[in-house]
Design a protein around this ligand. Structure first.
Ligand code: MTE
Length: 321
């Protein structure tokens, strides 16, 4: 994560999302899952979408009325993914030079009654149907986007795993593949990228596992094939390309917290009243909104205070930053 704000290469005027025809998305997904057009042609459209593909519409509860969706080309070209470079435009280039994100094995383990290791597409089938939600996305570096994600409530995976009573936290680990990922051959970072949530946070309806954006499978640079999205927290909590999800008794060590504990707390809730030691968190640059019109005030819990405030009732948010 850089300590200075890199100016957007493309500060295009704000554009509302122009969704592609949904039938194209469905076909793309059916191809991905190896389901022929001939077989799918006999299914009614609604059952195709519900059982195997991306949804035809947003979940009405997560529309974010009046908010501009960030243009797709910016969401997929302005990325933080340190495994694939530290400049914003590097992940798109370096994560697509032969890195395979399918087939992909994912492990669910630790203190739970139903541990398992399986192929990610099997997990997607188990957790389906996929739903679409527009979420605000606020990076700790003080820039923001609004992204239409496709995926599932994380709570569905938690229910599947059946955590034991002693499980107080969930630890998320991204992939580790030093043979194919050059950055992981260096000890500059304590790889793999790890993050964590409390068990209550993991069960919150907003905590999400994304497998797509804009109605298409996640591009590698955005965390294919499956990533965490926790919209009320700084973006670094949303670990990409997950390989392992573990239920644990103690607060897990996380990558940024190990590197700079005074800068990146475990909770990392978006909070305009608690500055980062090196910059203000009061406002944010809206990616794609243009040089002069692109600043806006940062909202408590990134605008999700009504939904998540109770999780932190009575907690000192300066101490637990
Ligand atoms: N996950 C992994 N594995 N590696 C990373 O470097 N960066 C985090 C988060 N997840 C990161 C990661 C940060 S700092 C942010 S802001 C978001 O991913 C960026 O997600 P995006 O590129 O899809 O916008």
């Amino acid at each position: 994560m850089s300590d200075h704000c890199i100016r957007d290469r493309d500060l295009a005027a704000v554009a509302a999302a122009t969704p592609e025809p949904y039938y194209l998305r469905r076909r793309e997904f059916l191809r991905l899952f190896g389901l022929g057009v001939a077989a799918s042609a006999f299914l009614p459209l609604t059952s195709q979408a519900a059982s195997t593909g991306f949804p035809d519409a947003l979940n009405a509860g997560y529309k974010l009325d009046g908010v501009k969706i960030t243009p797709e080309d910016l969401v997929t070209s302005y990325n933080n993914f340190n495994e694939w470079g530290q400049a914003k435009d590097q992940p798109k280039e370096l994560a697509n030079r032969g890195w395979k994100t399918r087939p992909w094995s994912i492990e669910i383990g630790g203190l739970c009654a139903n541990p398992r290791k399986m192929d990610v597409d099997e997990l997607i089938q188990l957790l389906g149907p996929i739903e679409r939600r527009n979420y605000r996305h606020r990076c700790v570096e003080a820039w923001s986007m609004v992204i239409p994600w496709d995926g599932f409530p994380l709570a569905k995976l938690v229910d599947l795993a059946q955590p034991k009573g002693e499980a107080k936290y969930v630890r998320f680990a991204s992939f580790f593949d030093s043979a194919n990922c050059r950055a992981q051959r260096s000890n500059d970072f304590p790889w793999p990228y790890t993050e964590g949530l409390t068990i209550e946070e993991s069960r919150h309806e907003l905590a999400f596992l994304a497998v797509g954006l804009y109605g298409k499978p996640l591009p590698n640079q955005n965390g294919a094939p499956i990533r965490l999205v926790v919209p009320w927290k700084y973006g670094f909590k949303s670990a990409k390309s997950l390989a392992k999800i573990e239920f644990v008794a103690e607060q897990p060590k996380t990558l940024w917290n190990q590197l700079a504990p005074n800068e990146y707390g475990f909770y990392a809730n978006v909070n305009p009243n608690v500055d980062h030691p090196r910059w203000s968190q009061k406002s944010e640059r809206v990616i794609g909104a243009g040089f002069f019109s692109g600043k806006q005030a940062t909202l408590m819990f990134n605008g999700y205070e009504k939904q998540v405030g109770h999780l932190y009732a009575g907690m000192d948010l300066r101490k637990n930053f």
